[in-house]
Design a protein around this ligand. Sequence first.
Ligand SMILES: [Mn+2]
Length: 250
Amino acid sequence: MKVRLAVIADVHANTRALRSVLDDIGAKGITQVLNLGDSVYGPFDPAGTAVLLMQPHIQSISGNQDRILVHPTDDSRKSSTWRFVMEKLLHEQLQWLASLPATRKCGNVFAFHGTPSSDEEYLMEHVTKEGVFLFDSSSIQKQIDGVSAEVMVCGHTHVARSVQLDDGRLVVNPGSVGLPAYSDDLPFPHVMESGSPHARYAILTHDASNWSVENVALAYDWESAAKDAEANGRSDWAEWIRTGRSTLRR
Ligand SMILES: [Mn+2]
């Protein structure tokens, strides 16, 4: 039987980008959507994004930045963006976030946010002092030891890629719907960049014995999204949204 599903990740409350992506998925006649988390954390429209993602044909898992809304740390509470998101989310939307699993199996597809055991670690990208590199197959395989699925889908790093492991399994990151670049300080200061402002997602198709991946990069009104970020105090997010690039903070 032919399987076709859309995989979205890292929406980060960017309702404008999400609406474009969901419209595109609908126009292609795809009725199953898998959402890999980091759904509502961002200086845009957390409640509007939650409304769209809570539709019954979308199956979601939790990301690290969904988790800190449900189980905040002292550090997360200090962030103005965390407080902004908490003010916007309705009680039922927080309850929905709290109900999301960390991993999910859909047929032969296994979904998680970072790695199967962590929503914060990168599965495929190795962050070093010198830059970010693709891990070799055996390093990735160690992280997914014991997962029996033909395809694994993950988000978190916002970089779209498909990696075929030496054991034949396929790992797919669909890229980010709502935030095409960012910088982070840990484990070393680094930037993750898609290189363009487009909203990204992927379509997985299983036909006969093979899986195919279609990577989609959609134009949407990113200028308005960037202005939203600026209005909500995040000029750094606005730069990432407009360009798909990030300046390294040191
Ligand atoms: Mn994440």
